[in-house]
Write a protein that binds this ligand. Structure first.
Ligand code: NI
Length: 213
């Protein structure tokens, strides 16, 4: 037996780790890739309910899982309804490469892009109702693309996970992705917004349509 004060270094190290191990471990839960509901599942046709507390840790957990699910599926946006949770929560991003018009002023250019954003209880106001067409896809409508006309310029607001208000104006792809995600919260998928269903096509065939445009 080794007396106190005579512990060789390795024993002191063991004692140190023993002490560390006695500290309660933080509760750790790995993020999860969630199952995405596909067109036809009734959850996608329901109206999502407002979130009463954006600070709720359960909402943060849901959002983390949504972000991981969206990234795994290579999507630009995801609404909670798409992962079977009927709450008014969306995540989206509008990367800079979607804003390709070199004639845009710096302010307008910002309107076309958005970092990865979480919006709880979002609302949209239309600033310019003139319709602008663009190709859309949806993780709940896999394999397809559709030409959808939507108002070109919007203002939107909602809360982040700290309950802080986010308010932005948006144009271009940015305006499109926010409107697409908020449509999900009303139980509406993009094909319901289409006026010309001949422009609902498989991704693998879209080059034919684009070549004809
Ligand atoms: Ni969608």
């Amino acid at each position: 037996m080794i007396a106190d004060g005579q512990n060789p270094v390795y024993l002191r190290v063991l004692t140190f780790w023993g002490f560390r191990r006695s500290v309660p471990k933080p509760i750790f839960r790995a993020m999860a890739i969630l199952k995405i509901a596909r067109m036809g599942h009734p959850i996608l046709a329901t109206r999502a309910a407002p979130v009463s507390d954006p600070n709720d840790p359960e909402i943060r957990r849901l959002v983390n899982d949504m972000i991981e699910t969206m990234a795994d599926a290579n999507g630009a946006g995801l609404a909670a309804l798409q992962v079977h949770v009927p709450l008014r929560v969306v995540v989206f991003q509008a990367p800079g490469e979607r804003s390709t018009d070199p004639g845009l002023s710096s302010e307008e250019s910002f309107d076309h892009t958005a970092p990865l954003t979480v919006l709880v209880n979002p609302e949209i106001a239309i600033l310019d109702a003139r319709p602008e067409g663009g190709w859309e896809g949806c993780l709940s409508v896999p394999g397809l693309r559709g030409w959808v006309e939507r108002p070109a310029h919007i203002r939107y607001r909602g809360f982040d996970l700290d309950g802080k208000l986010i308010e932005r104006t948006a144009r271009g792809f940015h305006a499109r992705v926010v409107q697409h995600e908020c449509d999900h919260l009303e139980g509406r998928l993009y094909p319901a917004r289409m006026s010309d269903l001949s422009k609902l096509v498989f991704e693998s065939e879209i080059h034919h349509v684009m070549a004809a445009q």
